[in-house]
Design a protein around this ligand. Sequence first.
Ligand SMILES: Nc1nc2c(ncn2[C@@H]2O[C@H](COP(=O)(O)OP(=O)(O)O)[C@@H](O)[C@H]2O)c(=O)[nH]1
Ligand SMILES: [Mg+2]
Length: 241
Amino acid sequence: MVLPAFNEAACLGRLLEHLDEDLTEAGLPYQIIVVDDGSTDGTDAIAREYAARMPVSLVRHPQNLGLGAAIRDGLKHAADAAAPRDIIVTMDADDTHTPGLILRMSRMIYEGHDVVIASRYQPGSRTIGVPLHRRALSWGGSMLLRVVFPIQGVRDFTCGFRAYRAGVIQAALAQYGDAFLDQEGFQCMVDILLKLRRMHLIFGEVPFILRYDIKEGASKMRVGRTISRTLQLMLRRRLGG
Ligand SMILES: Nc1nc2c(ncn2[C@@H]2O[C@H](COP(=O)(O)OP(=O)(O)O)[C@@H](O)[C@H]2O)c(=O)[nH]1
Ligand SMILES: [Mg+2]
């Protein structure tokens, strides 16, 4: 499990407890990597406190480097520690992603998928409390990406809640090297799929209930910057870069 966290002290403890309850109950052994990206609110202290009683380890950036850098370091650590048949899950640390879904995502990997996305665009998906402009943005992004970079089985290109077969991440790191995870901001989630798309994998989605209504504090996504970086990225990838 990779949890990128930037100033999530208010929610991280609750999420770690839920993860432990749900994964233990499901009989899934786990290891959690919290990537604290220069938080100033004591996120690292919370992670250390839980590390004393749960399999939690902390990777800390002294300064804020952005979601992409956190995902990069988290996935690299996870890929180093994992066996190819293990499953690597990424999710938000703000407790808006339900840990209960990990069981189903893992099930789909055991059934033959390589990448499983918790999707806001499947029958049964619900998004609760997401502001209209954010819903419009994510929906517009999904439509545009589905047309320009179709991937069979993928509708939600931006959600951070995903499960990967560990061997796939290890193979992508071997194939692309550091270029596999070279996007700093929120556009990293799109870019990972565009890179994995070329590896002819099996992608799937599960319907996901996004509980944005229980989110504490504001979103850390800088909307304007994410739109412009994502469009630049699409253009570059379309041109073969
Ligand atoms: N490491 C790191 N994580 C970040 C950064 N910005 C956001 N995050 C984390 O990425 C996840 C997504 O951010 P969030 O504010 O929930 O975005 P939203 O769900 O799209 O509104 C959360 O777990 C944040 O703590 C950052 O600059 N660095
Ligand atoms: Mg979030």
